[in-house]
Design a binder for this molecule. Structure first.
Ligand code: COD
Ligand code: ZN
Ligand code: ZN
Length: 372
């Protein structure tokens, strides 16, 4: 993406995809990006994926103030830094963190906590940590999205919301570590804590479900059963580690009964990676009573509550969920990039389409790259 900043202390004019109204296409606009204030970092974006949560804003499932610049799964290069920034410098390759790691709050200080209290996902205020914005367009302030706003050629993030990564890393691939990959992979290795030799069931074989499968495989699962109504998803799931794939539409009985039967009493670990209430309960039900663990990864439909039989928990199953796969973001993202560089997992299978930024006018299920 071409633009010519003059210096770190000046406003940069560049292109961004602005969402002015719900359910409308993005408008590619010239925006002004203010210089970073103290403890802030301005980044030249190189590649950005599209995550389902971006679409959740466009269709109103998640409510954020408009107008705004979406995008939170990306990678770029630091253009300039504000006063007091010590963890990155201009020229560093970085991944913005939609959940920051302030290192000081109760959650950051807890060994297992990762959903830092400085996050903007719970509140969706649409601003920097100081409550103001760095974007303007047609004379109006434009809101940020979960502290990242990566559908812009340049963005400004707080220092607690950016991780420095290996200078050799391919940004058009590792951008997926900024959300979808880590969310799925971490759900298996950190949240469920999949054990060697175990049996796992993964409901939903989209990009996040495939990342769950990679996590189950890395953790040494012996059997990984993919569940999806779309059989076109099976080949890639098997390539990445699924040992078998089934469709609920091929059975008369409920899918939880099929999985319980297949696994000889219940799976050790199950994952709901679709975002449907019925499959959340099915995933819980198919795990072994007494010790099975089920993880909710999919975002449920707006303002819907579940109805479930508490006996499923009373008999010893555990039901869990986490943001960003439970990873402490600033600590873990550089390590995940290092693991990718060491070929511990692939990212290519998750990239289905590569699109030019300026043609990014609709939302699909594919991950899209922003081209320079
Ligand atoms: N039974 C079985 N499979 C089904 C069913 C069904 N009833 N309905 C749909 N599916 C399949 C589809 O065929 C598809 O293959 C798959 O489920 C869903 O895949 P995608 O591609 O739509 O979705 P992904 O993989 O991009 O995943 C998105 C989630 C659904 C997991 C989404 O909720 C999400 O991104 N959650 C992350 C939550 C999070 O941490 N958010 C914070 C920042 S993003
Ligand atoms: Zn996301
Ligand atoms: Zn914190």
């Amino acid at each position: 993406m071409g633009s010519s900043p003059t210096s770190g202390s000046s406003v940069i004019k560049c292109k961004a995809a602005v969402l002015w109204e719900l359910e409308k296409p993005f408008s590619i606009e010239e925006v002004e990006v203010a210089p970073p204030k103290a403890h802030e970092v301005r980044i030249k974006m190189v590649a950005s994926g599209i995550c389902r949560s971006d679409e959740h804003i466009v269709n109103g499932t998640l409510v954020a103030p408009l107008p705004l610049i979406l995008g939170h799964e990306a990678a770029g290069i630091v253009e300039s830094i504000g006063e007091g920034v010590t963890t990155v410098k201009p020229g560093d390759k970085v991944i913005p963190l939609f959940t920051p790691q302030c290192g000081k709050c109760n959650v950051c200080k807890h060994p297992q906590g990762n959903f830092c209290l400085k996050n903007d996902l719970s509140t969706l205020r649409g601003s920097m940590q100081d409550g103001t914005t760095r974007f303007t367009c047609r004379g109006k302030p434009i809101h940020h999205f979960i502290g990242t706003s990566t559908f812009s050629q340049y963005t400004v993030v707080d220092e607690i919301a950016v991780a420095k990564i290996d200078p050799a890393s391919p940004l058009e691939k590792v951008c997926l570590i900024g959300c979808g990959f880590s969310t799925g992979y971490g759900s298996a290795i950190n949240v469920a804590k999949v054990t060697p030799g175990s049996t796992c069931a993964v409901f939903g074989l989209g990009g996040v479900g495939l990342s769950v499968i990679m996590g189950c495989k890395a953790a040494g699962a012996a059997r990984i059963i993919g569940v999806d109504i779309n059989k076109d998803k099976y080949a890639k799931a098997k390539e990445l580690g699924a040992t078998e794939c089934i469709s609920p539409q091929d059975y008369k009985e409920p899918i939880q009964d099929v999985l319980t039967e297949m696994s000889g009493g219940g799976v050790d670990f199950s994952f709901e990676v679709i975002g449907r209430l019925d499959t959340m309960v099915a995933a819980l039900s198919c795990c072994q009573e007494s010790y099975g663990v089920s993880v909710i990864v999919g975002v449920p439909p707006k303002s819907q509550n579940l109805s479930m039989n508490p006996m499923l928990l009373l008999t010893g199953r555990t039901w869990k969920g986490a943001i960003f796969g439970g990873f402490k973001t600033k600590d873990s993202v550089p390590k995940l990039v290092a693991d990718f560089m060491a070929k511990k997992f692939p990212l290519d299978p998750l990239i289905t389409h590569i699109l030019n930024f300026f043609f990014m006018v609709g939302m699909g299920q594919e991950r899209r790259k922003v081209e320079e």
